[in-house]
Design a protein around this ligand. Sequence first.
Ligand SMILES: [Zn+2]
Length: 1077
Amino acid sequence: QPDTVVGCTNRPSVNSKAFWTFGIRNWSEKIGSPSNSGDVESTLNTLNVLDELLSAGTDRRIHYMISKGGSEALLTALVNNARTFSPNYNILLPLLHLLAKVGHRDRRIGMKAEEAGAVLVTLNLLKHNIRHARRVAACLWVIQVFSSSVSTANLIGENYGLDKKAKNDAHSNDLSFLSIFHCPFISLTEANVWSIVSKGYISGLLKLYEDWHSKDTHHVAIAIRHALLCCLHNATQTTGGRQALISQGGIQLLYQTTQTCLLSKSLECLVESTVQLMRKCLPKTPLPLTSDKSAYTFPLPGRPHAVPDSSVGSDAEEDEDNQEANSTDYDDDLETDLNKLCLRPDLDRPKELLQQYSHLCPELSHDFQVHPKSLTALSLKLDIYLISGSCSVNILFPASSGETPPGQRREEQDGDEEGAEEGYHRTTIDRLLERHGACIPHHVPKLYRAAAAKTKSIPGFGILAFPDFWGHLPPPGHEPMAPRKPNTQRQKVFEDVQRFLNTDDIINLLVFDLENSSVQCRSDSLRFFSKFECGNLRKAIQVRRCEYDLILNADVNCSQHTQWFYFEVSNMVAGIPYRFNVINCEKSNSQFNYGMQPVLYSVREALDGRPRWVRTGTEICYYRNYFCPAQGRRKTTFYTLSFTITFKHNEDVCYLAYHYPYTYSALKAHLKVLQKSVDPAKVFFQQQILCGTLAGNSCPLVTITACPASKGWKDLHQLRNRPCIVLTSRVHPGESNASWVMKGTLEFLCSSDLVAQSLREAFVFKIIPMLNPDGVINGTNRCDVNSEDLNRQWCKPDPVLSPTIYHTKGFLYYLNSIGRTPLVFCDYHGHSRKKNVFLYGCSIKETLWQSGSAIDTVGLKEDPGYRTIPKTLDRIAPAFSFNSCNYLVEKSRSATARVVVWREMGVLRSYTMESTYNGCDQGIYKGLQIGTRELQEMGVKFCHSLLSVTKDTKLLYSRRLINHIDLDHNILDHKSHNCFEDDEPPCVEEIEYFTDFPTVKYTDLDSDVNSNMASPDEEEEINEGHSPAKCQQDCINDSIMKGNLFPPHIRQASIDGLSEKRNTCNGVSIANGQITS
Ligand SMILES: [Zn+2]
């Protein structure tokens, strides 16, 4: 009667920290003290209080208990209580449960258990209680927790699992053979698996499975068949096991048996398990590359030509957008050092160097009566023609384009392109333009061509991709997320397995190689091309008649970060589904599993008046594959993005991309168009060069504000005192969505909209729309050409290797030094794993609260104004989600723009704005994929939200233009969300193939253990005098076994064991693989 023993009448309040820290320490000591072992009631009481203390709070309490020696205390108590002559299970059960909960969070629990002698004690308990389901379950939970350490698992294997195995001959007694696998975790370690493999058990298991499969025609022994698969899963946890399975013809056997199981729904569990087993065992195949390093290399100043790959050996990327860490690590990552949060470090450069940025504030010294227009015509000789079979636009670059050397600043020249248009003959493209009239707002193809002619790329691009040149209009309607058909991935895996089995339809022919243009392809195969700005495709291999493997090019000078793709495909036949597999993706999950589709642009459609990127593709899935790096240095895991496209037109030229491309040349052309579009008497728009890039391109900086109403002192004074808003974007080249948001912002700020006009009158906008031009141009995903993530360089940016960051920071320092610290800073990004658009900001208090820091925050003063913009956006921007925002300062983000600008420049409202690649799961766009229209709208809404932070009373009128803007800064009504949590539900099909026995999550384990404790303990009802078979049926019934009693790893196997036993009872027995009844 545990309830009465607990003494729950005086339940303590467990909410105060002082109480629980004291309580946990005090009760932990009590439970572990030897004097306690005699007194049943007091021990139970102690256990109960501890359980209550630990259950009420977060994991932090358990970690606290572990840090105070709680695990050791529990282990001691276990050993003391179990070693008595007749152990008291009223104590042992709750003790084991508590140990499972605590031990699961203790990384060193295996070692501690060995030291305390608790491993063998628990195994003994298990052996002596094999007929008591609840006790067995409790022991198994604990053994499983202990097994987290390799040496402990080996110890368990030696003393229990394999010891038993050795005594049984697999072939003479199938049932006992199966029973030894009832604890699958026992075979997880190298030594244990080696033992299984060396004894030839794998071929035995395979043979058994085959026998069962062929003879169990009425499907009465599915559970046994499944148990055999579980055994195979365990036996193939290591390379040796997998090799043995392959050499015994296991893949072929599993593939063939599965095909016959597909039609029956009752065999689903077998199919699922077999598919995972085949995925896991397919031999690792190196990517068909001579080198994993990018096809593009760039010699860095001051370094030898062969650049060391800085990314080698580093773990999975830790970036602003993609969080793999679990919640424990996340809390560890929060910055709790008040000095680092509050104190501004010194300047990272001599103060004298700041003066060079004074010219970047032209509005302060501008003479507003004159609007000079410098017309320095360049004689560009352009020749554009249609290549047969391709609509790419070819450019002959001018011999000297007059580009300023890198690093040297000058005013951006205006009007280059006008001269370029003179004196070249009409081409096919010109005729096409005349006929079809590209009527895309803010896009002029000839301007684009002129801008592209000056863009410098590593391979020296001579061809423009048609969509960038011709332009794009968003489709008329919204595009819903793609529904995922069941078992899409399964079908793809079967096709992958067929490759290994080498069926007749495999072609395996290289059809495109970025590094070798002489590759010949068959007349009936697709043609690929990617040697253009932002293009990324390294190789294409025709696998089957209508199936192609695609390999992406790593970022320049390194061998990873593949995700972004953009390529041309032609020579297709209409109406035929083509399957594309991007086989070297690196992220462990993707929105492609949650309704996202790639984008496609058809030249034929564009020429028919529909110049659009459209979401397209069916049978889309993203899953871990069997490829490994070509040189095998890194333990990289690759994932396949697979999708199927049915083209509309024969012989079309199409482009496929990860997301709507936005090139550097597009930005340059766009800025030109904008400059021409504004009324210089009203809008002050100036494009300057912040600095040159490593590869010799220029990084533009744009100033936008309103011209003063007059040249009077008062108006000029108002102008010079307008607060600055600094916006940046596209530091990560693969995040083209960020550029579309920025495009929306720029166009809005230059427009004649009333709100835009008010904003120009209230603020001076300083915009750096592309922080990483070289990366964007050369089709990288994450890095600059120096193979560094530029958004990790902000603490001390290198003036030579990261010039754009160095000078952006210098410019911000300069603004600071002249008393014009920005009111708002926002860096636009794209987020590959989440939906919606949201902001990351910085707050000391929220960071300290979230981290559970002991620092008293009452005395800390913090302006809660950092929440105003996100709260406003939540109300006015349909794609925006306040609930996805957070304001936590992480150590791993200490060198990002957001954190550095907040900490070093003292900008309260310093943000990263993350836009989804996929779509929204809330608001009016719920269930829809995001398009360029919505991204641009987001850029407009961000501007709107700035009205909420102005103190200019003249703007009250404009504020009314926006509904419901709440100017209340003081309500902290939302808790920060943990940005590390994956906000997606589990994928319908496993992305990873090692998840057949998933690692138990804390919460799952807790709820399982709790439900085991909560149900009435029927131990005492067991009559020890029952016959074994009877007892088995009495004390273990289906509802217990199928419930949460056992660890998930062994639940299925245990059920199988039961069914198999029931079969025996019912007269169905198995001997030598024969079913008799
Ligand atoms: Zn980013």
